[in-house]
Design a protein around this ligand. Structure first.
Ligand code: CTP
Length: 456
């Protein structure tokens, strides 16, 4: 353990070291057993990758020139919010940076915060007459891939180029947790309808941020129609505001994942983080101690520059692999598949099929819940990220995860659906690789065995 500490100290320099110490002393020492926490990190981190993360993309002056005023703006936002009894939390890259680097991710150049819609309205009301600060609404349309959104930014009116992305969340009530996918699907449908209405507007430039005030008003009117139902001031769950950029992962959280907020250090000040900060982050990024797989894609913080730069330094192109299945009653056949898959890629994403989809495709229910099956997979050392598979279509999964290789047991080889995937994926340079199905075992065999040998 000491060696691990010494190693971390060695790879971190000055400021980062100070915040690491602060973070662990103040956040983790309160737990009975610090060693458990360190074990948690070791288990989840391949140390060499972690070291790589720290060595990646040293901060450049043009980035610090943005980070410093952005930090000041965050402090302004905090003091206004405290005065008005408004809560907000760090999210996305800012939260990841707070946990992993004690401040900004070295190559990140913006700040992301989350806030409940009710609080955001309160803040907007307060800032209406403010001479220095404001919340602005930005609108974007991208017809080529059907994107249409509204985003809020907190700005200093005297330097609007520096701003903070404010993501709005709504309260909802979910009485039956199994319904969470239905709720998310319904939300996605509404979002699609909203986007269709916006994209049907007569906008000249088809790929742009909207500046025309009349168009903005029209979009805003459409958005109000869709957001007006989200007016609850409390609820047992929290969902990402429907009008915002599309989410690549399911952004519905039980309220206790976010509240009560807890303090977290970010640079030289404290801010707030969701209550279950690791659950919140892992939903978005998978294992945060591993090399990010969505570099240059999901978020500009993983800019192409930092990605290619860091990977060039290591002379390595990162191969992303994807496999999916029910993974019910985990067994050696599953393990063999995952081991072989990981031997053939650098970052393995595993899709776990929802109960509904298993029922629909295999005409039976899994023994373990989706959460349990996902948790087991998260603990497998070959697996880097676990995601929900709610759609069998592997081409749609490629659109989400941009993997380089698709893996499966050879029980699917020759299947017409898989032949089609092979053709489609070949066009985008993705290999489909089949490994020998471990014939001696399957989830069904185990369940049958138990049934047949159960004592009566
Ligand atoms: N797999 C494998 N060898 C096995 C079982 C599964 O290689 N003995 C592979 C499958 O080909 C698939 C992945 O593991 O790529 C997940 O399969 P899943 O359907 O969860 O496993 P089974 O045990 O076959 O499930 P069931 O008996 O319910 O069909």
């Amino acid at each position: 353990m000491k060696q691990f500490y010494r190693f971390l100290s060695h790879i971190m320099c000055g400021k980062a070291k100070k915040y690491f110490r602060k973070l662990y002393e103040e956040e983790f020492l309160q737990y009975k057993n610090l060693l458990n926490k360190m074990d948690y990190i070791i288990q989840r981190a391949d140390i060499s990758e972690r070291a790589l993360l720290y060595m990646m993309s040293p901060t450049r002056k043009d980035i610090t020139d943005i980070q410093i005023p952005t930090l000041n703006l965050l402090k302004d936002l905090k003091s206004i919010c405290i005065k008005n009894n408004i809560q907000f939390w760090l999210q996305g890259g800012s939260l990841l940076g707070a946990i992993r680097h004690g401040g900004f991710i070295p190559w990140d150049d913006d700040a992301d915060c989350g806030m409940m819609r009710v609080d955001c309205k309160k803040l907007e009301e307060f800032l209406k007459q403010n001479e220095d600060f404001a919340i602005i609404d930005c609108y974007g349309i991208r017809k080529y891939d059907g994107m249409a959104y509204q985003m809020k930014k907190f700005i200093n009116k005297h330097n609007p180029k520096i701003n903070i992305d404010l993501f709005v969340y709504d309260y909802i009530d979910i009485n039956n947790h199994n319904k969470i996918f239905d709720i998310w699907n319904e939300y996605q449908e509404q979002k699609q309808n909203m986007k269709n209405e916006i994209l049907a507007l007569d906008v000249e430039n088809e790929d742009c941020e909207i500046h025309d005030i009349k168009i903005k008003q029209k979009i805003s009117k459409i958005i109000r129609k869709y957001t007006k139902n989200y007016n609850a001031t409390d609820g047992n769950s929290i969902i990402f505001g429907i009008e915002q950029i599309p989410s690549k992962f399911m952004r519905v959280y039980s309220k206790d994942v976010i509240f009560p907020l807890r303090k977290i250090y970010f640079c030289d000040d404290y801010f707030y983080a969701p209550n279950h900060v690791y659950e919140y982050l892992e939903r978005q990024y998978g294992n945060i101690w591993r090399l990010p797989h969505d570099v240059g894609d999901a978020h500009h913080m993983f800019s192409e520059w930092s990605y290619s730069h860091s990977l060039q330094n290591n002379n390595k192109k990162m191969i992303i692999g994807y496999t999916a299945g029910a993974f019910d009653v985990f067994h050696i056949g599953h393990l063999n598949l995952l081991k072989r898959a990981k031997e053939n890629c650098d970052y393995l994403i595993v899709g776990v099929t929802t109960d509904e989809l298993i029922q629909a495709t295999k005409n039976k229910s899994p023994l373990a819940t989706l959460d349990e099956r996902m948790e087991i997979l998260r603990q497998i050392k070959y697996v880097d990220q676990v995601v929900v598979q709610d759609d069998l279509d592997k081409v749609a999964a490629w659109e989400r995860y941009h993997y380089d290789k698709l893996f499966s047991g050879d029980d699917w080889c020759g299947n017409p659906r898989w032949k089609k995937y092979e053709q489609e994926l070949k066009k985008i340079g993705v290999d489909v690789i089949y490994f020998p199905y471990t014939k001696t075992i399957s989830s069904t065999k185990i369940k049958d065995f138990i049934m047949n040998n159960a004592e009566v």
